[in-house]
Design a protein around this ligand. Structure first.
Ligand code: SF4
Length: 271
């Protein structure tokens, strides 16, 4: 058996000799990544640690969508899956990678040849200006794949910027011939409301002041929670939010973002 280690932490697990239940919360938007192998791995480790051969129930709670995915397996099916995983690893040629949605959190993605090939193909497609302005019916068939590659490219760019910034912060400027990359500074002024309060009141009416100020909701709830007793924090926050709601002080804005949804069945959209 080749030496390799996979690590993970199940969110919720219940282990009895008869039944093993593993539940994982997913808070992300991306429901395309297949989570089942992760849960099968948890179940196998828990079953082996307890030295039992139970029925296995696996559950994923997609918190954002409010959906629950569930699977049931006999213990031998879980063992078979892990044997297959071992076999795949043992027979891997050491150079073939299959990139996809599962790569999103892979710590090796920056050195993975499949990721590099995908990034190159995404850049080639985007550099081809005919992509811009192409008829939507023409681009639609290729869009799921192209958009996934563009998102992957964005992640690479973000990771590269972070790595570069961390390096310059830790080790100082990088000299590149006649140019040097260094950390620059931009001065951003902010006003301390507590110290400014008396001055602002001299110049602004209450209504004008209210227009200038914003309440940081997260900060406000954190303060309320910090003042409540243990066990009462959630209630204290809910109470305040209800009071604010009753005072008509809460408004909801909608932000739009691209996301994948199930294509409506013809006729469904008009019902
Ligand atoms: S980035 Fe490469 S190594 Fe990582 S999961 Fe994807 S294909 Fe595998």
């Amino acid at each position: 058996m080749p030496a390799f280690r996979l690590t993970g932490h199940p969110d919720v697990a219940s282990v009895t000799p008869e039944r093993l239940v593993v539940l994982d919360w997913k808070t992300g938007r991306d429901t395309s990544a297949a989570p089942l192998p992760q849960l099968l791995g948890y179940a196998y480790c828990l079953g082996r640690m307890a030295n039992i051969s139970p029925q296995v129930s696996l559950k994923i709670a997609w918190l954002r969508e409010g959906n629950m995915q569930e699977w049931d397996f006999a213990w031998l099916e879980v063992v078979e899956y892990i044997r297959g995983l071992h076999s795949d690893v043992r027979n891997w040629d050491g150079k073939s990678y299959e990139a996809g949605a599962h790569c999103r959190y892979c710590p090796r993605s920056h050195q993975c040849p499949a990721q590099k090939a995908l990034a190159q193909s995404a850049m080639t497609t985007l550099a081809d200006t005919s992509v811009l302005g192409v008829a939507r019916a023409d681009i639609a068939p290729a869009l799921p794949d192209l958009y996934a590659r563009v998102q992957m490219l964005e992640r690479h760019i973000k990771a590269f910027r972070k790595w570069l910034r961390d390096d310059v912060e830790a080790n100082g400027p990088i000299v590149c011939g006649d140019k040097t990359l260094a950390m620059g500074e931009r001065r951003i002024s902010s006003i301390d409301p507590q110290r400014a309060w008396a001055v602002l009141q001299e110049h602004l009416s209450e209504e004008e002041l209210a227009r200038c100020l914003k309440v940081a909701k997260g900060e406000m709830l954190a303060v309320i929670a910090s003042k409540a007793t243990t066990g009462d924090k959630g209630t204290a926050k809910a109470r305040l939010m209800k009071q604010l709601e009753d005072a008509d002080a809460i408004s909801v804005s909608v932000r739009t973002a691209l996301e994948w949804i199930e294509t409506p069945v013809v006729g469904e959209a008009t019902q």
